[in-house]
Write a protein that binds this ligand. Structure first.
Ligand SMILES: [Zn+2]
Length: 191
C-alpha cells in the first residue's frame, strides 16, 4: 500500500458510517452538517453530554466537538470510540474492511483506466508508412517490392500487429521510418 491505511480510510470511509457504527444516531444528513450528542460527552464534557456539541460535517468527512475541543476524522473517531487509540493502523484496516475496500482496488482501477485507450488504427499507420516511402523515394512504386525495402516493409507490418498502445505507436512509426530510409538509401546507392 503506497499511502498509509489511515489516510486511505479517512478518504474512503464516510464519517456518517463511523457515527452509525459507534452508536451515534444521525438525523437525515443529506449533505448538511448536523449537531448531535457527543459519543464521549458523558465522560469528557463538563455537562456530561447534556448539550449537543458534536457536529458532523459530511462535506469534509469530519466531525468536531465543541465541548471536547477535538476534531475527528473517520479513523480517529472510531479509534477513540473503540478504545483503540494506540492502534489507528489496525482501526483503519477494520474500517476499510467494513466498506469492502481491498488494498489493490486503486491499482486495479488505474489499470482499467489506462487500458481503456482508443483503438489503434493500424490501417492508418500502415498508410502513413507508405506515404513516407513515396515522399522519400521517387521510385517508391517499384522499389517497395525490392530488397531490402520489401523485407523492411514486411517486418514493419509484422510489428504493427503488436502495436497496442500510444507508446507503441510512438516507438513503431519513427523506428520504421528510419529503417525504411536506410533501406531506400541502400537501393539508391546501388542504383
Ligand atoms: Zn465531545
Amino acid at each position: 500500500m503506497p499511502r498509509s491505511a489511515v489516510a486511505i480510510a479517512n478518504e474512503v470511509v464516510r464519517i456518517e458510517s463511523v457515527c452509525q457504527w459507534i452508536g451515534v444516531d444521525l438525523p437525515d444528513v443529506s449533505g448538511r452538517s448536523v449537531k448531535v450528542h457527543c459519543p464521549f460527552g458523558v465522560v469528557y464534557h463538563v455537562d456530561h453530554g447534556a448539550e449537543s456539541a458534536f457536529r458532523v460535517y459530511p462535506d469534509t468527512n469530519s466531525a468536531y466537538c465543541f465541548a471536547c475541543g477535538t476534531a475527528y476524522r473517520p479513523v480517529s473517531l472510531a479509534a477513540q470510540a473503540w478504545d483503540r487509540d494506540g492502534d489507528r493502523q489496525g482501526v483503519a484496516l477494520d474500517l476499510l474492511d467494513r466498506v469492502g475496500f481491498r488494498p489493490s482496488s486503486l491499482a486495479e482501477e488505474w489499470t482499467q483506466v489506462s487500458t481503456r485507450e482508443p483503438e489503434i488504427d493500424r490501417a492508418a499507420l500502415g498508410l502513413a508508412l507508405q506515404v513516407f516511402g513515396e515522399r522519400v523515394s521517387p521510385r517508391w512504386g517499384e522499389v517497395q517490392f525490392q530488397s531490402p525495402v520489401k523485407e523492411v516493409l514486411g517486418s514493419c507490418m509484422d510489428l504493427l500487429d503488436l502495436v497496442r498502445t500510444r507508446e507503441d505507436v510512438e516507438l513503431w512509426l519513427p523506428s520504421c521510418k528510419e529503417a525504411l530510409r536506410r533501406a531506400l538509401g541502400g537501393i539508391e546507392d546501388h542504383g
